[in-house]
Design a protein. Structure first.
Length: 604
């Protein structure tokens, strides 16, 4: 069996050759090593302990279970299970459908995803940022900040019900442009048509990719890459002129300044100190006069530009041009999406906004600064893109955490009060402090490139006193006494012990400084880049192949991997729990007999 990393690298090498068609991809589904790599990628996610419609979780995964999948691939009897549909709340209060596939299907999907990513990822547009290795919301925002300078209009694009309305026929046709393997295409068809169970009622899927499935993100990017390529061609046609014309007023004042400087330079040596001071004063005045007006003509019809950034089904377009041109761009994109992709732009969310007003994209407010103030002779902010964190974002977080209570006084004025979180009282002190710290650093990490990120100080203040009130409720005490007990040099901290030493965890106190990140590679998206993973006998794969039970020590036996959702769920009362806690692992490789005994409560 070929090393899967070598296979994926071989696929990637041919990706940029648009005339190359990939054949015999399906045979990779016979390769046990591919499934090991797929298992290595997905086994640590807590969601794998949620049962699919087949009633199974990732617990009990082993070579025998994988071999059954491979056998069904060879005789083409493999059929994905319908996903179990649940609903999650969106930020606007609406419900989003989410499909929960069975774990065996996840394993197969991960193999497919790795293959598709190797084929298509190298050809994706640089303007696309969603669900891609080394790209994230932050890379999209940084691109906007760097490239949308001077934009006059924003087009905020949103595709209506994108994931639910992807046309299966167009999806398959797009895949066939690069893939000449009907068995592999048929397997993807099976996943698209697998359907879902809702209230134990089977429903067919006629369009869309199931949200929650592993292959949904890569399929959505393949589908929308057609839009990205269209936008690249459209931008080439749209852009006009090399530079903005300068305004007559600016050129006139610049000319006066130039003449004055030449005049002073020619007679500088013959001037007295008083005359020199007066001449410099006049030059300074003329320079200020020049800088008080716009350099570039905003109505220059010989110059126009368009910029585009997409993240999943949301995109933002910046235009240097007229509103009429912006409306024409919006119309043409809408026509392309309707005709070529059989999708519809959301009228409610697809807006044309003047860049002096704020456009909302990826949770940030984005606008172009019109400030003409100068700093050391240059307009540092004029026409620059600014990224702002909306106050409502952290305000809604406080309400969702139940850390804030709002009262209204007699005059109708709102009064904000930090309040305790009753559902955290039963946790220990360290867990409570970690919870608050993670929530503070979580929102800061996302908004760390915002120009006004320092306003999170207000969020931190409410969270801090909410934590105090939670601990006060737990110990029936007052905030003053609590601080005196816990504070170290004026900073709140929780002391705790590990096996080897005493440690201290402080409440978050590192401030909220804006970070300048010109090239962010830290991914917000939790999708792995598997090409970078080597098959250098990873720990999990080693343990599966060892054929040695980690409990009874039996060798040359079939193994099943026992999984737990979280280590902290283990009470440590049973010996096998103590072993897992001591090893700090959520998995244990057991022989079939030991695994059966564990679930029967007979292992100890």
């Amino acid at each position: 069996m070929r090393n899967p990393v070598d296979v994926l690298e071989s696929l990637r090498k041919n990706a940029k050759n648009n005339d190359y068609k990939y054949k015999r991809l399906y045979r990779n589904l016979y390769n046990l090593e591919f499934y090991f790599l797929a298992y290595q990628n997905i086994y640590g996610k807590a969601g794998n302990m949620t049962k699919g419609t087949d009633g199974q979780t990732i617990d009990g995964m082993g070579i025998t279970r994988i071999s059954k999948i491979i056998e069904s691939m060879k005789n083409h009897s493999y059929q994905p299970n319908p996903a179990r549909r649940v609903y999650i709340k969106k930020a606007n209060g609406k419900l989003r459908p989410l499909g929960i596939p069975s774990v065996d299907d996840k394993l197969v999907q991960e193999v497919i995803r790795m293959i598709l990513e190797s084929i298509f990822e190298p050809t994706f547009s640089r303007l696309s940022h969603g669900f891609r290795p080394n790209k994230s919301c932050h890379t999209a925002l940084v691109q906007i900040k760097k490239e949308f300078t001077g934009a006059k209009w924003f087009i905020e694009g949103d595709i209506k019900g994108f994931f639910d309305n992807i046309d299966h026929q167009i999806m398959i046709t797009t895949l066939r442009k690069r893939i000449d393997d009907e068995y592999f295409i048929a397997l993807i068809w099976k996943f698209l048509k697998a359907g879902y169970l809702e209230c134990w009622q089977f429903n067919k899927t006629y369009s869309g990719t199931p949200q929650g499935s592993i292959i949904s993100p890569i399929l959505s990017n393949i589908y929308l890459d057609t839009l990205d390529k269209y936008m690249e061609r459209y931008i080439e046609q749209f852009d006009k002129g090399k530079v903005h014309k300068r305004t007559k007023e600016y050129r006139s004042r610049e000319y006066k300044l130039c003449l004055k400087r030449k005049e002073v330079k020619n007679c500088w040596n013959d001037m007295s100190d008083i005359e020199k001071a007066q001449a410099l004063k006049e030059i300074k005045y003329l320079k200020a006069e020049m800088q008080s007006v716009h350099c570039k003509d905003p109505m220059d019809k010989s110059f126009r530009r368009m910029k585009y950034v997409r993240y999943a089904d949301d995109f933002l377009i910046g235009i240097i041009g007229t509103k009429k041109e912006a409306e024409e761009v919006k119309s043409k994109i809408g026509e392309f999406i309707a005709n070529e992709l059989k999708l519809e732009m959301s009228d409610e969310k697809t807006l044309i906004t003047h860049t002096s007003k704020r456009a909302r994209f990826l949770g940030y407010d984005i606008f172009v600064c019109r400030d003409q103030k100068t700093n050391n002779g240059s307009r540092t902010l004029s026409n620059r893109v600014l990224l702002y964190m909306p106050q409502e974002k952290w305000f809604k977080k406080l309400l969702s955490y139940k850390a804030l209570r709002i009262k209204t006084d007699d005059s109708g004025k709102e009064i904000w009060r930090p309040t305790h979180r009753r559902y955290l009282v039963d946790n220990d002190d360290l867990e409570i402090l970690k919870k608050y710290n993670s929530e503070i650093t979580g929102i800061y990490n996302y908004y760390r490139i915002a120009n006004n990120v320092s306003t999170l100080q207000s969020f931190k203040y409410v969270m801090e006193y909410s934590m105090y009130r939670t601990l006060c409720l737990k110990y029936r005490t007052r905030i003053g006494k609590l601080k005196r007990k816990y504070c170290i040099n004026g900073k709140f901290a929780v002391r705790y012990k590990t096996k080897t030493e005493n440690k201290v965890l402080f409440f978050y106190n590192n401030g909220f400084k804006r970070q300048k990140l010109p090239d962010i590679r830290a991914s917000v998206d939790s999708l792995p880049n598997n090409i970078a993973i080597t098959m250098a006998r990873t720990s999990m794969i080693d343990r599966m192949k060892a054929k040695k039970c980690e409990w009874c020590g039996s060798e040359n036996v079939e193994l099943e991997i026992h999984h737990v959702r979280k280590l902290k769920d283990l009470k440590g009362k049973k010996n096998w729990e103590k072993v897992m806690i001591a090893r700090n692992r959520k998995t244990m490789a057991l022989c079939i007999e030991c695994h059966r005994k564990l679930h029967a409560g007979l292992l100890d």
